[in-house]
Structure formats: C-alpha cells, structure tokens
Design a protein around this ligand. Structure first.
Ligand code: ARG
Length: 246
C-alpha cells in the first residue's frame, strides 16, 4: 500500500488525517515527569496527561500521536512546527502566552519542596547559602531563581535532581506537587530518606494547559472540544481517580 492512501490531508485545513478520515494531532511530551507523563517499566509512554490526551481524542473524534521530547527545547520545537502541540504539564503563564497559545486549563498544581527528612525549612529563603535543584526552565526553577541567597542548580530531568538530593549534593528539589509526591512518597528508596517539606506560596494559581503554536486555532479548538467531551462523559474523573485516587 502506498502511504498516501493511509495518510492524507484534510481539504480545508492542511491537518493530517488517518485512514478513517480523523485528524491526527502530534503531541510532544517530556516523559520524565511521573505520574503526569513518564516511561514505565515496559518502555511505554504513560501517565495522567497521556490518558487524558487519549480520552480527549477519543471523545473529540481525532487521534493523538504522543512522542517523547526533551523539556529543554520543547517550546522551540513547537515554534518550528515539529509537532502540533505540547502536553507536558505546561503551566499557563503570561510569559509563555507571549510565544504560544494554550488550551483550556485541565489541572492545577503547586510547587512542592522535597528535602531530606531531617530538614526544618519552611520557606525557600530558609535555604540561605544552600543549593536547590529543579528542572531547567520550569516554574519550580524560576521559584528558586527569584529567592535571594540560595544557589539554583538546573537539571535536564527532575529525576537527576532527586538523585543529587538523595546523595546529599543539594538541599532540596522544587517541582510540581504530583511529581514531588511520586518521588518522595511513592518511590521506595527515596521515601525512606526524603519528604515533602512544604509548598511554595504563590499569589497566582498554576494551571496546566496544552500549548499550540500562536494562532493555531484549528488544533486548540480540537483539543478544547476533546477535553470538554472527556469531562462530560466521565473519562476525566476516571483518569484522575486512576492516577491520584478519588
Ligand atoms: N509545570 C511546570 C512548568 O510548566 C513543569 C512542567 C515540566 N514538565 C515535564 N514534563 N518535565 O514549568
């Protein structure tokens, strides 16, 4: 069979369609962020975001193709058209909105601070003179950066920061709360020595959204339609219960 018979282009818009005539949306995800998006023991891309994107596609009448893309450079890849959107626990904020558009918010997070169990710190400022780790270019990293007197250490993956914390090379890791809970409470070795010390106070809530190229109404409309339908048909609540308990 020739590929052109399987993959065509929709007449109006130029978006790819599959053999059933459904639009195909390519999704980039940095799969180092459990339980939101990560690679499981069977080498599969899984997580809350992954299930949600699939449910939204199913309910919205389109198909998603999720690929693992490193966080550092993920926004540049969107801008240059390597994929149609990013679903990677991306916090919607003013700065990012200058360069891209977002779907409706689908989840809320806070920045959690993971430390050794014996730490008494209650705020980021309590780590004066110490090293704090976070994934590069994340809201957690920016929270560390703007704290006077602490040393911000950036990592390509939050897991590497957790490893350094575990081995005593840094004093804390700052990341989205579901990820902090996964490493500090769920992962057996880490749970013995690490804890979630506190949540960083913020005056603006952190909502997660799917990012598309600025002005890409076609894709953002599909995603929003799918997300709304997945909420309506109960999939959203089921997926939330699956990954976070009800
Ligand atoms: N919510 C944070 C942000 O937008 C971190 C997201 C990191 N996501 C990932 N898959 N590594 O900055």
């Amino acid at each position: 069979l020739m590929l052109t018979m399987l993959v065509g282009f929709s007449a109006e818009a130029g978006m790819q369609v599959n053999s059933d005539g459904k639009p195909v949306v390519s999704v980039a995800s940095d799969c180092t962020w459990p339980p939101m998006e990560f690679i499981n023991k069977d080498k599969q891309i899984v997580g809350f975001s992954v299930d949600l994107m699939k449910a939204a596609a199913e309910a919205g009448g389109y198909v998603v193709e999720i690929k693992n893309v490193a966080w550092d450079g993920i926004f540049a890849g969107l801008a240059s058209g390597k994929y149609d959107c990013i679903c990677s626990s991306v916090t919607i904020n003013k700065q990012r909105k200058k360069g891209m558009d977002f779907s409706d918010p689908y989840f809320e997070v806070q920045q959690s601070v993971v430390t050794n169990k014996d730490s008494n710190a209650k705020t980021l400022a309590d780590f004066k003179g110490k090293k704090l780790g976070a994934q590069i270019g994340t809201t957690g990293y920016f929270a560390v950066k703007k704290t006077d007197g602490v040393v911000a250490k950036s990592y390509d993956e939050v897991g590497l920061a957790m490893e350094d914390l575990y081995n005593g090379r840094i004093s804390a890791v700052v990341c989205d709360d579901p990820i902090a809970a996964d490493f500090a409470l769920q992962q057996e070795e880490y749970a013995k020595r690490l804890k979630i010390a506190f949540v960083v106070k913020s005056d603006t809530p952190e909502y997660l959204g799917v990012a598309v190229q600025k002005g890409n109404k076609e894709v953002v409309d599909l995603i929003n339609k799918g997300l709304a339908a997945a909420v309506k048909n109960g999939s959203y609540d089921k997926i939330k219960a699956k990954w976070f308990g009800s």
